[in-house]
Design a binder for this molecule. Structure first.
Ligand code: ATP
Length: 655
């Protein structure tokens, strides 16, 4: 119910009756003085009920309501300025009353009452307009949240998020928020200079990047330029030439810890997460910072496979700050000797990359010496143990300890280990025996897993009468499934992993046989241990350049190989170890991309490893990334999986 508004006066304003209600002009023209002459004058100020329709048709009144709503809002939001508010309300009230008193009509007094009510009864929140709880400044909400400015429906409220994850506010509202935050001494941790980061900021930052640290009192870097660790030429190479806007989480941790602590280091991070640069950049910086030892290897990187050694050599030499040289099996010692002196700049420091066996040969023959070694990296350390290199690693380590002279740069040999999978006992044995009081960085939370859709396809083993497996029939079924159902849906490059060299060669023949009858042509190559080193290198090079579409490989290609844009990995034969599976599928979905893996399984051949793998995947990967067909569900008892979000599909579609 509302009191009679003064609008009635307007209604009758043309009335010549002397008793007509006065309108505002009359009142103003009477110099704001109104004297009630007789009781009739009072009639129009008597309260009168109005219908809703009448009320909404009253512009004067509506304006008044707006004014009062405004006052109401101000009252609510400015608790910290209550005196000021009081003043505003009082002013507004006075203004209203002034109008009321002068015009008498046009005032909705309930509005004023409501202000009083608001002030008295309504709960006053303990923040002011200057406090901001929006996403842009909330440290708990990850900054990586992408806001598409084009989809922002609030006009002028555009928010740009740069590819480095920095929020740039373009609208005054957000700028105001920032300014206000400054006034309140509050800044998001990514906007702070690194020195001003608090303990809490660091823990939020680490949580956001899935970083777990042990025995490290050095905070990570957030950008390449933090702590001024990286010299200008390396920085230019990283950001301008390679276009790497910011370090990956493992690089954020490895750089400051390795460079500022001079302590041993163990880094565990998923496949394709940039582990190679996580040790190469610190090596470069360390060797550049300290006095040169001409023509001597000051850095050594040990890797399990030849291909990985050569890949690191190529990647590292792109920086142009050190001479990186690789020595691998399959090359004669004469050739290695020759290669070591080719294409080198004597003003730059030397870093050696090697597989353990060949390195021992070269040390024995005096082709290389490690007297001046300052930093040793064991990349894919667990794989080296799996391949039986443990003894060789010990030999190399002993030679280094014996021959190494204490340089003026550094008395300790700094040892770094990197791996994507922590193969329990083996790696901890190695870490214990080789690393002294290491800093350990783990980036292994489930959200940090590569974005791979993993499919499991049941492929039965066909048995002959004697009950032994009919390899031909089994393989034929798999190949037809692969060729007809899966490959047509994917772009190259594609990698097919097998367990045996003979299976690789057989598969190649099947592809070649198909090409005779089909117009579609896959260019396929194989890589395995029985190929000469030269053949292996040429095949890999062709695959990298796109000359080959499909690479059929044994596990020589499972570790570390970085071939961009691999869309699909096939496990034509499931491997025997969980960590090998992780490394194989890790050839796709590298550096933040997504990918697909398809694994052919049956209970006869994979009965031992698959239950363990499914258990592992359930614990460590998002279940909706696991897909399998009905037979896989039955044979491996995956009902529980389905309930929890994995996808089973009778007619599995692999894309
Ligand atoms: N800071 C970065 N920003 C973007 N891309 C990067 C960055 N650092 C490295 N990369 C790219 O990411 C890809 C994967 O890197 P890398 O081969 O070092 O991975 P990895 O962790 O060693 O993988 P694996 O465990 O399989 O050996 C490479 O193509 C590399 O060039």
């Amino acid at each position: 119910m509302k009191m009679a508004p003064k609008k009635l006066a307007i209604k009758h304003s043309n009335n010549n009756n002397t008793n007509r209600p006065l309108d505002i002009n009359d009142i103003l023209s009477k110099n704001k003085s109104f004297v009630i002459q007789n009781t009739n004058d009072l009639n129009f100020i008597k309260p009168r009920l109005l219908s809703k329709k009448e009320r909404t048709n009253l512009p004067v009144n509506n304006n008044k309501v707006k004014t009062n709503n405004k006052v109401h809002k101000i009252t609510k939001s400015k608790k910290n300025h209550s005196n000021e508010n009081k003043q505003i309300i009082e002013n507004d009230k006075n203004t209203s009353q002034l109008l009321d008193n002068n015009s008498i009509e046009g005032v909705d007094t309930t509005s004023i009452n409501s202000i009083k009510y608001t002030k008295k009864k309504q709960f006053q929140f303990d923040w002011s307009l200057n406090d901001d709880t929006s996403r842009e400044v909330d440290p708990i909400i990850p900054k990586s949240l992408k806001i598409n400015p084009l989809k922002n429906t609030f006009s002028n409220n555009t928010i740009n998020i740069s590819n480095k994850g920095n929020v740039q506010s373009q609208h005054s509202t957000l700028n105001n928020n920032k300014n206000n935050n400054k006034n309140n001494n509050y800044q998001h941790y990514l906007d702070k200079p690194i020195k001003e980061m608090t303990k809490r900021d660091w823990s939020l930052f680490k949580r956001e990047n899935n970083i777990t640290t042990y025995k490290s009192d050095i905070d990570p870097i957030r950008n390449w330029s933090d702590y001024n660790l990286i010299p200008r030429d390396i920085l230019t190479r990283l950001t301008i030439d390679l276009g790497y806007g910011k370090p990956t989480p493992i690089q954020m941790c490895s750089l400051p810890n390795i460079l500022m602590k001079n302590q041993d280091f163990l880094g565990v991070a998923k496949t394709g997460s940039g582990k190679t640069l996580a040790y190469l950049i610190p090596i470069f910086i360390k060797l550049l910072k300290t006095p040169s030892v001409h023509n001597k290897f000051r850095g050594l990187i040990l890797v399990p496979t030849r291909e990985l050694a050569q890949q690191i050599e190529v990647e590292g030499n792109k920086f142009g700050v050190c001479n990186l040289k690789s020595i691998v099996g399959g090359h004669s010692l004469e050739q290695i000797n020759r290669d070591l002196s080719l294409d080198i700049d004597h003003n730059k420091e030397f870093v050696l990359i090697a597989t353990p066996g060949r390195l021992i040969d070269c040390l024995d023959m005096g082709i290389v010496d490690l007297k001046y070694l300052e930093i040793l990296v064991l990349d894919e350390a667990d794989r080296m143990i799996d391949l039986g290199f443990e003894e060789q690693l010990d030999t190399i380590y002993n030679i280094i300890q014996k021959t190494r002279v204490a340089t003026y740069n550094n008395n300790n040999l700094q040892i770094l280990m990197f791996t994507a999978t922590l193969n329990g006992t083996n790696i901890s044995k190695l870490a214990e025996s080789k690393l002294k009081n290491p800093i350990i960085i783990k980036l292994t939370s489930s959200s940090d897993k590569p974005n791979i859709s993993q499919f499991f396809r049941y492929c039965p083993r066909y048995d002959n009468k004697s009950g032994t497996g009919n390899q031909y029939l089994s393989d034929k079924y798999k190949f037809d499934t692969l060729y007809n159902e899966i490959l047509p849906h994917y772009n190259y490059p594609i990698i097919i992993f097998v367990n045996y060299k003979k299976t690789a060669d057989w598969l190649l023949q099947q592809f070649e046989a198909k090409e005779e009858h089909h117009s579609h042509c896959y260019r396929v190559g194989t890589i395995h241990g029985s190929k000469s080193q030269d053949q292996r290198e040429r095949t890999l090079q062709k695959f990298r350049t796109g000359e080959l579409h499909i690479l059929i490989a044994t596990d020589v290609a499972a570790r570390g190989l970085d071939i961009p844009n691999v869309s699909l990995v096939i496990n034509y034969q499931m491997c025997r170890k969980l960590d090998e599976y992780i490394h194989r599928i890790g050839r796709t979905a590298r550096s933040g991309q997504s990918g697909v893996s398809v694994t052919f399984v049956n209970e006869t051949e994979d009965g031992q490893v698959m239950p363990l793998l499914f258990k592992f995947l359930k614990k460590n990967y998002p279940l909706n990334s696991i897909n399998y067909d009905k037979n896989v569900e039955i044979k491996f008892d995956l009902k529980d999986y389905k309930n929890r979000g994995a996808n089973n599909n009778k007619n599995m579609i692999f894309y």
